[in-house]
Design a protein around this ligand. Structure first.
Ligand code: FES
Length: 131
């Protein structure tokens, strides 16, 4: 385990994906239920490589909150130019995370990353979400 000393955030090492590929990683998070109860969960994030650039996102669609990948690890459209939520077909820009089409009210939720040699460091946990 690594640590971002400046920000006191525990980091985890993720293998760098190949071009047009994505890899998933666990992400500890909390959700606040409508009753006010806070529940700790483990969700997923994913690290994607597009045009040689890396981006990390929560695997949580901003439309209805489902994971984007229908088949584990499959985030890219058939032509490899967009990220797809396979639940209702929303399309996202792989670099900005902006919603390009579909019912999503906003873009993807970004996760900070830091490249370190052949691997990439991402946080072990993400900010909480409302459910
Ligand atoms: S849950 Fe992703 S488009 Fe509906």
């Amino acid at each position: 385990m690594a640590e971002d000393v400046e920000n006191q955030i525990a980091l985890q090492r993720v293998e760098r994906p190949g071009e047009g590929q994505a890899v998933c990683f666990d992400l500890k998070s909390t959700i606040r239920l409508s009753t006010g109860t806070i529940v700790e969960i483990t969700e997923q994030g994913f690290l994607a490589c597009y045009q040689g650039q890396l981006r990390a996102w929560r695997n949580h669609c901003p439309h209805a909150g489902s994971p984007l990948d229908w088949n584990p690890g499959q985030f890219f459209s058939d032509d490899g130019t967009q990220l797809v939520c396979h639940t209702h077909g929303a399309l996202f820009d792989p670099l900005s995370g902006d919603c390009l089409a579909g019912p999503c009210p906003r873009g993807l939720f970004p996760i900070e990353l830091r490249e370190e040699g052949c691997s990439v460091l991402v946080p072990e946990s993400a900010p909480g979400v409302e459910a």
